[in-house]
Ligand binder design. Structure first.
Ligand SMILES: *[C@@H]1O[C@H](CO)[C@@H](O)[C@H](O)[C@H]1NC(C)=O
Ligand SMILES: *[C@@H]1O[C@H](CO)[C@@H](O)[C@H](O)[C@H]1NC(C)=O
Ligand SMILES: *[C@@H]1O[C@H](CO)[C@@H](O)[C@H](O)[C@H]1NC(C)=O
Ligand SMILES: *[C@@H]1O[C@H](CO)[C@@H](O)[C@H](O)[C@H]1NC(C)=O
Ligand SMILES: *[C@@H]1O[C@H](CO)[C@@H](O)[C@H](O)[C@H]1NC(C)=O
Ligand SMILES: *[C@@H]1O[C@H](CO)[C@@H](O)[C@H](O)[C@H]1NC(C)=O
Ligand SMILES: *[C@@H]1O[C@H](CO)[C@@H](O)[C@H](O)[C@H]1NC(C)=O
Length: 567
């Protein structure tokens, strides 16, 4: 139920697990479109069209990515789109929504006896959280309180922190949710019993306060769910708010290691480039590994480009798992961390007669490597850009044969959980506006009107017809000084990312988890994380206004680039 227990999680590294099953499984789920070979572009820049995820025709993408212009990957506020953004899920995948009628029906049969059997002792004694009447009461209170979300499952309540509190978990999606994902919440309820024994809910805690209900007990029965979904289908969707286990895959034995076939990419000019560039290259390597039925030996340590760092310097030593969902990747594909790989390789390579096949020219296509029998194929990249970019392997003739497996890359669920916490604090009922300023507002040559069109006065007049007075308004922006937007406070309740600092400060779960991941060294909440969360919160607003198109007629990439940029 709330766990992913139905899924056969790989117990360790298995070379024969080449992700084929999972891929087939994902393919079967009713995702009507899943465009592969599509890519990378900036969400913030493009107008968001939920029904029709913007897919750049691949020719255009190719031109975009192979363009010799050095500016190609330099877009500042860009967030990469990942696999889950391309899943256009059919509503039926999520199963039936639980409403008040279902709650009443579910409990009416059971409560009868319980009520009769229970003696009313007045105001004494602890609340029995397992009492169906309490469960019923809690579900009713929850459905009444959260008008803007759909419930798919309620877990059975468990005791909270004291005699008068109970914790309960549920799986939900925002009512207008476009993203193919489930969310999990668990909260603490304070319950009171009056003189005449009537129970009532006094209060419901904040997002994720019901820690005791967080982890679902194995084989737990008695929750409420209308349709039992195909677990494979549900497991093919991200569940934001669920515990993350992204520990590194472990090689089980010498024999499983020596039976394996591996692919590794070494060197190259991709390091410290933008996240777009990183993924475009990484997915080329992963695509080749899948094509060759080999395990990809990957470097989880990545270099964060200076465009995202507060030091304005490139920063080494960032972990893949800070940004992407490694748990999903390791379950759906065959990957191995390079440190473990090289350790085992040096131990067993000679003894087990494992050979290395070196490829130093990116023009050697994956198709030519199909018949290589050696245990390890190593591609080495030189020092001259742009011929030393990994993605060059996937160009030309290869492009139509090796496809980038976008579905394997999802955003970090730890980051998505911060987004979910913010949206939950706003009760999933807010409008959003994206305001690009910064460098672009200063550059009057390329963006002549941007500064004026994003001034508070202009914003107020543009928003007047579009967003009702008094609404919660989330402003996603690169303007560091948020007091700039103060004039909007007369009409709207404005919110900015920094208002939610507690979600990543030293007391937060994100902080403790990433610190643990980083061998005890605290992780900076960097510019890429900021902009990803800002974007995701923006995308969940009920009404969304973009800078380009909605606020200004200037073009996203500067003067006269509109027709290029807009589709
Ligand atoms: C995470 O999963 C691995 C297997 O993939 C397992 O060995 C490990 O115990 C799990 N860790 C936690 C904290 O559940
Ligand atoms: C890109 O940068 C390289 C080196 O920094 C330079 O040699 C090249 O001329 C630049 N290309 C363009 C189109 O600006
Ligand atoms: C969703 O799936 C159901 C059953 O699988 C099908 O009948 C329906 O036409 C699908 N809807 C869309 C919009 O694809
Ligand atoms: C709950 O959903 C059922 C159909 O699934 C519908 O008949 C019923 O009227 C709904 N009840 C409420 C209170 O919305
Ligand atoms: C029980 O815990 C809840 C939530 O933590 C708190 O609000 C309440 O005051 C506590 N009640 C007692 C009797 O301590
Ligand atoms: C019990 O008391 C509460 C208030 O204390 C009241 O709202 C409720 O109607 C009473 N119920 C019955 C059955 O008397
Ligand atoms: C990889 O495996 C699939 C199915 O197991 C097979 O059809 C394909 O030919 C294999 N590819 C290579 C390069 O061995």
């Amino acid at each position: 139920m709330l766990g992913r227990s139905g899924f056969s999680r790989p117990g360790g590294f298995r070379p024969e697990n080449l992700g084929q099953n999972t891929m087939a499984m994902i393919g079967n789920v009713c995702f009507s479109v899943f465009v592969i070979g599509v890519l990378v572009f900036t969400i913030m820049a493009a107008t968001y069209e939920p029904e029709d995820p913007l897919f750049h025709p691949s020719t255009k993408i190719t031109t975009f990515l192979t363009s010799k212009s050095n500016a190609t990957f330099k877009s500042d506020n860009s967030v990469v789109r990942t696999g889950e953004d391309f899943m256009a899920a059919n509503e039926s995948v999520f199963g039936a929504i639980i409403n008040m009628t279902d709650v009443d029906n579910s409990v009416s049969g059971e409560t009868g006896e319980v009520v009769e059997a229970t003696q009313c002792d007045g105001n004494s004694g602890p609340i029995d959280c397992r009492d169906p009447e309490v469960f019923h009461l809690m579900m009713r209170a929850t459905i009444e309180k959260f008008k803007d979300i759909h419930f798919y499952r309620f877990g059975k309540p468990v005791a909270g922190s004291n005699d008068s509190s109970c914790d309960m978990a549920w799986r939900f999606r925002p009512k207008d949710g476009k993203a193919a994902a489930f969310y999990k919440d668990y909260r603490r309820f304070v319950i009171e019993r009056s003189e005449n024994c009537t129970l009532s809910v006094v209060s419901i805690g904040e997002y994720h306060t019901g820690m005791n209900a967080r982890k679902r007990k194995k084989n737990q029965k008695g929750g409420l769910e209308k349709t039992s979904l195909n677990t494979d289908q549900v497991n093919a969707l991200p569940v934001v708010g669920e515990m993350v286990n992204d520990s590194l895959p472990v090689v089980e034995s010498e024999s499983s290691f020596s039976r394996g076939k591996y692919l590794v990419y070494m060197g190259g000019g991709d390091r410290c480039k933008s996240m777009n560039h990183y993924l475009w290259s990484f997915l080329c390597a992963l695509g080749e590994a899948q094509y060759l039925n080999r395990t990809l030996v990957m470097d989880l340590s990545i270099c964060l480009s200076s465009i995202y760092t507060s030091s304005k310097q490139d920063e080494e030593g960032k972990d893949f798992r800070f940004y992407f969902d490694f748990e999903h990747l390791k379950e759906a594909a065959s990957v191995l961390d390079k440190d473990q790989f090289w350790e085992d390789w040096s131990k067993w390579q000679q003894k087990d007669g494992m050979n290395l096949h070196l490829v130093e020219d990116f023009r050697v296509t994956p198709m030519k490597l199909m018949d290589v029998k050696d245990a390890l194929i190593m591609r080495k990249f030189g020092s001259v850009e742009p011929d030393n970019y990994w993605y060059r392997v996937c160009e030309g003739e290869t492009e139509s044969i090796v496809q980038r497996p976008w579905h394997l890359i999802w955003k970090s669920r730890r980051l998505m959980d911060i987004m979910s916490a913010i949206a939950s604090r706003l009760n999933w009922d807010y409008d959003s506006v994206h305001v690009v300023r910064g460098e672009k507002a200063r550059n009057k040559e390329l963006w002549p009107n941007l500064d004026a069109h994003t001034s508070p006065d202009a914003l107020l007049s543009t928003l007047r017809d579009k967003i009702d007075e008094g609404r919660n308004l989330y402003i996603a922006t690169n303007e560091p000084d948020t007091s700039f937007f103060d004039p909007l406070k007369d009409k709207y309740t404005t919110h900015f990312l920094d208002e939610y600092k507690d979600l990543w400060d030293v007391t937060s779960e994100w902080y403790s988890e990433t610190t643990k991941l980083n061998n005890g060294v605290p992780v900076e909440f960097d510019g890429y994380m900021r902009v990803s969360i800002d974007t995701e919160v923006f995308l969940r607003g009920k009404k969304q206004l973009e800078t380009f198109n909605d606020l200004t007629s200037d073009c996203k990439d500067g003067i006269n680039t509109c027709n290029v940029a807009e589709n």
